[in-house]
Ligand binder design. Sequence first.
Ligand SMILES: C[S@@+](CC[C@H](N)C(=O)[O-])C[C@H]1O[C@@H](n2cnc3c(N)ncnc32)[C@H](O)[C@@H]1O
Length: 287
Amino acid sequence: MMTIMVNDLKHAMTSAKRDSSYILEVGEKGEENLNLQHKMLESNSIEQLNKAGLREGIVVWDIGCGSGEMTEYIASVVGSTGHVYAVDASEEQIKVTKKRITSADYRNVSFIVDDISSFENKSFEEADIVYSRFLLMHVKGPENVLNRMLALLKPSGVLVCQETAMDSVNNSSGNVFIDRYFQLLIAYGSQNGFDYNIGRKLQTLCSTVASFSKIDYYVTKLDLNSSNGKKLLLSRLDEFKDKLIGANLVSEQEMAEIKQGMSDYFESPRLSDCTLYTEQAHLLAFQ
Ligand SMILES: C[S@@+](CC[C@H](N)C(=O)[O-])C[C@H]1O[C@@H](n2cnc3c(N)ncnc32)[C@H](O)[C@@H]1O
């Protein structure tokens, strides 16, 4: 895929292709759920970027920027003396990110529609930090993508990744609908060449692609037994259910039963005594 700066969005809309097996909606259709998810992740993600040395005046690449919530935060920190390159394979995502950044009146962001799997930086500055959150789980060939991201870094740069592991779901209630929900997602990933458990392998993967002076790896919990967590689980089900049905992994009827079973359970007072979370893997690789 060719690189297209967003000023040329009209052209980008017609010439860039998107992998149709990507499980989520893009553009305005996917924005609300990405926003909700961001609210739940924000403090951990910011903490991770602080550990990486995010500061005024530096250059950061945000790969797979989605709706640009983190792009906006990074732009606010690096300020007018720094710069952010927001990259996404989907022109619809970049359009949403550009709208967000323009409304916030930041002028230190460049927008690039491209597939990181084949991206080569020929025109732009190298990065002090290359950042990605929930990108590697959505790519085929994460080793290649890590190498592509490494190639964007300055010799002293830091690679910062956050990924989930869906098989880490801790559902102490044993609610069968919740278990089935995650099993189906993992099955969809396997069928389409995505590893939705990639958080577990992040550290090993990183050590195999290059040698770093230091790697920091740690795990946090994303609480799904919260009002935002329960809302996100249900609205995401509506977002991806057609993909699962289309892949013949589940019938429309079973999908409706899962949604109903989860909704009923989320209303149940018994859930307050239970744990429901997934683990988030955080990696910082210092060159
Ligand atoms: C789950 S979203 C995460 C968005 C954002 N990083 C966040 O955490 O809110 C994954 C994003 O990666 C983008 N993406 C997937 N595959 C990509 C690729 N090969 N190259 C660039 N972007 C990609 C998708 O279009 C989507 O916007």
